[in-house]
Design a protein around this ligand. Sequence first.
Ligand SMILES: Cc1cc2nc3c(=O)[nH]c(=O)nc-3n(C[C@H](O)[C@H](O)[C@H](O)COP(=O)(O)O)c2cc1C
Length: 409
Amino acid sequence: MAIARPAWLANPWKQNPWFESVAVAQERARKRLPKPVYMALVAGSERGQTVANNQAAFAELGFAPHVVGAKADRRMSRTVLGQDVSLPVIISPTGVQAVHPDGEVAVARAAASRGTVMGLSNFASKSVEEVVAANPSTFFQMYWTGNRETMVERMERARAAGAQGLIATTDWSFSVGRDWGSPEIPERVNLKAIVRNSPAMALKFSWWWSFLRTRRVPDLTAPNLAARGATKGPTFFGAYYEWMTTPPPQWEDIAWVASTWQQMSGKPFVLKGVTRIDDAKRAVDAGVDAISVSNHGGNNLDGTPPTIRLIRGIAEAVGGEITVLFDGGIRRGSDVVKALALGADAVMIGRAYLWGLGANGQAGVENVLDILRSGIDSTLSGLGVQSIDELTHEHLIIPEGFDLHLGRK
Ligand SMILES: Cc1cc2nc3c(=O)[nH]c(=O)nc-3n(C[C@H](O)[C@H](O)[C@H](O)COP(=O)(O)O)c2cc1C
């Protein structure tokens, strides 16, 4: 049970916890979180070209609004891979983060309260059972790690817990080294790690208090990768080692994992990380139900182009056959409208909700989803559009040469 904050600890400078944009949430998270935790969310790789360009490319696209003729009754709900969502934004899976004591459960609750899907990473700090209990509309994400037997065990566990879909992420390139330095992540949070990290952790009272009041320390294990019968999952580094030493998947492996999941669960299979048209077509041939056009938010091969430049070509090539999701750089409702107008069926968000979680826990994630909802709504209003179903690229101002068609024959 949580301990109530004593009156003498009340913060006289406490601000209104509501924030008006994802950028404000990020700034609040930066101030509130210990630096290594904040930097783990910034992520990115090498010189950070892709992570920066993902966001910057959205600013190259424009709108031409109408002065009269907005529709009063605007709609943004949709069915995505069998799930009815109240807005076309779903939670992208992100790995174990010592951001908040409730971690992925807080995110799942926020997604449920705002009527959308939770994507749960296999590197998450909470179990798939707890997360599905918080949001029955959960998709479980797997990296290609372990052997086929362990993968079947993990899929079986997710199915039994009630996961409504499986996302396989295969774009990770194990790049090491960032020009701005990587945060030091301890193997375990124990007294030694606390003392060692104390300069970075000092003065972050409100963050420490959120853990102290639940009598927990940040959990850096991966419970969804626990061996059958084990009570605890491996540490993050143990899990990473298994992943690094697993031979990378080939297309026949994708066909195998897709059909294994589909047969055991009857639920959809998503391949996350597609950036090329030829790969999107191969994914269709391998039997996937959906792809996510994604460059892992700039965390894989630095120099991969921004995904918003890639979505139109890929959606035109395979959108008639499978569901096409999009992620990378979404920070506002108008970004969501741009991705949909270029052919995405729905978008996934990563850092946007992590900033909300870091700033204000579950309420912060709800706040982010509300910002995106109201931004989508005001963009539809400005465009004079009643429903997201009407959006096309003609609603956008697209500079010449904006779209890239990687792997187009
Ligand atoms: C800190 C962090 C951890 C992530 N962990 C995972 C993960 O475990 N599995 C996965 O499929 N993608 C992971 N991603 C990628 C996200 O799912 C998503 O593709 C990306 O964040 C989208 O870009 P955005 O952050 O600009 O929205 C991670 C991203 C970040 C920033």
